[in-house]
Write a protein that binds this ligand. Sequence first.
Ligand code: FES
Length: 570
Amino acid sequence: MNKKLRSQDWFGKKGKDGFIYRAWMKNQGIPADEFKGKPIIGICNTWSELTPCNAHFRELAESVKRGIIEAGGFPLEFPVMSLGETLIKPTAMLYRNLVSMDVEESIRANPLDGVVLMCGCDKTTPALVMGACSVNIPTLVVSGGAMLTGKYQGRSIGTSDIWRFSESLRSGIMTEEELNLAEAGMCRSRGHCAVVGTASSMACMVEALGLSLPENAAIPAVDANRKVLAQLSGRRIVDMVREDLKPADILTRQAFENAIKVNAAIGGSTNFVIHLLAIAGRVGVPLQLDDFDRLAVDIPLLANLQPSGQYFMDDLYDAGGLPAVMREMLDALHGACITVNGKTLAENIQKATALNKSVIASFAEPFKKNAGFAVLRGNLCEAGALIKPAAANPLLMQHTGKAVVFENIEDYKQRIDDDDLPVDATSVLVLKNVGPKGYPGMPEVGNMGLPKKILAQGVTDMVRISDGRMSGTGFGTVVLHVSPETAANGTLALVRDGDLIQLDVAARQLNLLVDADELDRRRALLSDPVNTFSRGYNRLFVTHVEQAHLGMDFDFLKGSSGSEVLRDSH
Ligand code: FES
């Protein structure tokens, strides 16, 4: 290691400044030699009892610390705001960018030479990666791992079943008592959701990008190997500091292309698109919405995991984990990409084997031929919209139907089960004002439940369109992320009850079949968007958040400010 450690700008100082930097740290009982040139590694922890998926992170951090100490580093754990998907109102996505700012400023402002990011529940991964990328010191991700598969009446269940249970309850197939039993069996252990929802998609994303050690994505939270991985990660981050291996060295355009392809092969979350775009924006890699369609169009579904398939994350681990999936698709990946352990992706997965063909398929005989996202264009979504065909009904991939419009989520909740709602199975449900600015925060409500009277006919899917997101655990013929959103006066704002909407996934088209003159007339009636929040974080958010097709970052957060601290007040 030739480069001077940045932490020495604090602890290496003499006189009054060095005294202040060191003396107060010594109140924690730290011997003087810890400050003499050891790499100082921050452990950025999203532990919180309000984030149940990350509630085991203090214990996991102890394993990381052990590894750091073994390798000759000095660990310092610090908290950042945590985002629990299930508890936070109005939606955790509102705060992803806020957490990224917390992370970025906490890393830069403190005497850290490297950082381990403790990531779990959905937004904690992108938020921490975004923040760390904007500082660009050596960084390694340790994910918390998925929980054990849920059980109900002798069968496996996961988060995706919540949507099924909810429809069953509304249509009278399931009783409240049975729902309570399912609730008791859903979350059997520590860890995040057991399906390939957003949290597991994010854990796979960091492994595919090369930001974690191999195997990080799929080791269950309760498996002792999760702690082993944490300890090895602690050892490795110290070496990364010595080698000066930083996120910008790892996160090349090729690494992003790998992540896009891997997300398709596992049937990953649609939220992946928004988060990866935001991360790319932080490291300055040009990435477009269309890349998610174009690059993955020939990638088949290789992992048979819910919500696109049958199994759960612990099944993936038993079947060989993400390395085995990537091994099957190596010819489609950039194997030369460097990863945090200093080896290439190809080297890391060289010996991986798929151990269970019902969970991991070969590239030649996949579970589905095409697994990626379709990026739609048309007059209803000039800047794009997204659909996940693998989780949708093939019979609805080409569909024209009359719009049933809900002006906002409250309107939807109030009227969806009205007997008088003018809806039939061919209708297209349209939900407005759930976009980045309109809600604000773009909640996961796009896979809105079907009207009771349609469910009673035995119908289980309809075309649904919104400017919102969908839980990574959700499914259905759901068009999401319509951009520009209603609140930015996108064409979605012009849709009225009874208008014909045409979806053609093969042609990548989504159109409102209303003539242009009429649309102009309607557009002239719209007023200019206004920020209705007079103060606080919501005002900042609505003023600066970008549209979904750009990744929903704040316009002023793009790029990196580096790790240099410009002023020193001592
Ligand atoms: Fe945390 Fe699903 S609620 S990962």
